[in-house]
Every structure is written in structure tokens, then in C-alpha cells.
Design a protein around this ligand. Structure first.
Ligand code: SF4
Ligand code: SF4
Length: 144
């Protein structure tokens, strides 16, 4: 997520500022669709907490539980989702996981590596969820 000073708010959700991270020239919707396809299956987290705490504040099981629940509820936006559906998903993420504990706080330090009995590549999954949520925030800025 972008620094608060560069953000716009939609209800309780914070949406990153427009115009950031456009280096690949793709619109947010296109990037998000690819990530959804990549992340389309459930993350096999059993919420055991063995990976915690994260020194950088990431609520690792919380993020994965949220993602799995969102996947099961079918609320992860696709390329055909409306702006309100995208906004609703991001608002739910922001209200469920505080900003300081969201996936984008992961700095890929790998201190959690090897602690997961499910052999989840935690840092990589955090990167993917971050790419998804940041792309969706961008979508709210870039779509007409
Ligand atoms: S890799 Fe990410 S989630 Fe794991 S301990 Fe480091 S910052 Fe936390
Ligand atoms: S150690 Fe693995 S299964 Fe347990 S909470 Fe962390 S990510 Fe989930």
C-alpha cells in the first residue's frame, strides 16, 4: 500500500494513489486477472500459528484465512467485476486485516521459511496477494 499521504479513501477502505507502479504498461484489471488465475486455488493454511510472529507485523494466518474465505465466497474480483464489487472486496480486506498486518508488509525476509508444516512458501504467497490487492486498488484509479 502507498503511504497514507498519497492515498484516497473510499468508505473505510484506503485505495492507493493513482499513477503508481505502471511500469509494465498494463492496467490494474489486467494485472489482477493474472494474479487471480495464479492464486485461484485455496492456500493450504491450517491456521496453526507456527509461522508467527512475523517481525514485520504480517498476520500470516489471518491473511491466508481471509484469502481462502474470500475465494470460497467468490468475492475476489475478476476482470468482469464492477467497481463496487472491487471496492467491497478491498473494504472487507481492510476491515478484516489492519493495514499494518496486511500482506504488503512482508519484506520477504524469509524468517518464516521452513516453519510451516504445510510447506507453504509464505513469502511468495504474500507477494502474490499483495500484487492482487494493489492491482485492484489501481483498478479503482485506472478504470473508467
Ligand atoms: S517473509 Fe514476510 S511474512 Fe515471513 S517473516 Fe519475513 S516479512 Fe514476515
Ligand atoms: S505455519 Fe503454515 S499452516 Fe500454520 S499458520 Fe503459518 S502459514 Fe498457516
Amino acid at each position: 500500500m502507498i503511504a497514507a499521504g498519497a492515498a484516497a479513501t473510499f468508505g473505510s477502505a484506503v485505495v492507493s494513489s493513482c499513477g503508481d507502479d505502471k511500469s509494465d504498461g498494463k492496467k490494474g484489471a489486467d494485472k489482477a486477472t493474472g494474479v487471480v488465475a495464479d492464486l485461484g486455488s485455496r492456500i493450504n493454511c491450517i491456521n496453526c500459528g507456527h509461522c508467527m510472529p512475523c517481525d514485520f507485523g504480517v498476520d500470516i494466518p489471518g491473511v491466508f484465512v481471509f484469502y481462502n474465505a474470500a475465494l470460497e465466497k467468490g468475492i475476489i474480483p475478476s476482470e468482469t467485476s464492477t467497481r463496487s464489487e472491487t471496492r467491497r472486496f478491498l473494504s472487507e480486506y481492510d476491515s478484516t486485516i489492519p493495514d499494518a498486518s496486511q500482506a504488503h508488509r512482508c519484506i520477504t525476509c524469509y524468517h518464516c521459511a521452513g516453519k510451516c508444516p504445510q510447506n507453504i512458501f509464505i513469502a511468495r504467497q504474500m507477494e502474490r496477494i499483495t500484487e492482487l490487492t494493489e492491482s485492484l486498488r489501481d483498478r479503482l484509479c485506472t478504470d473508467d
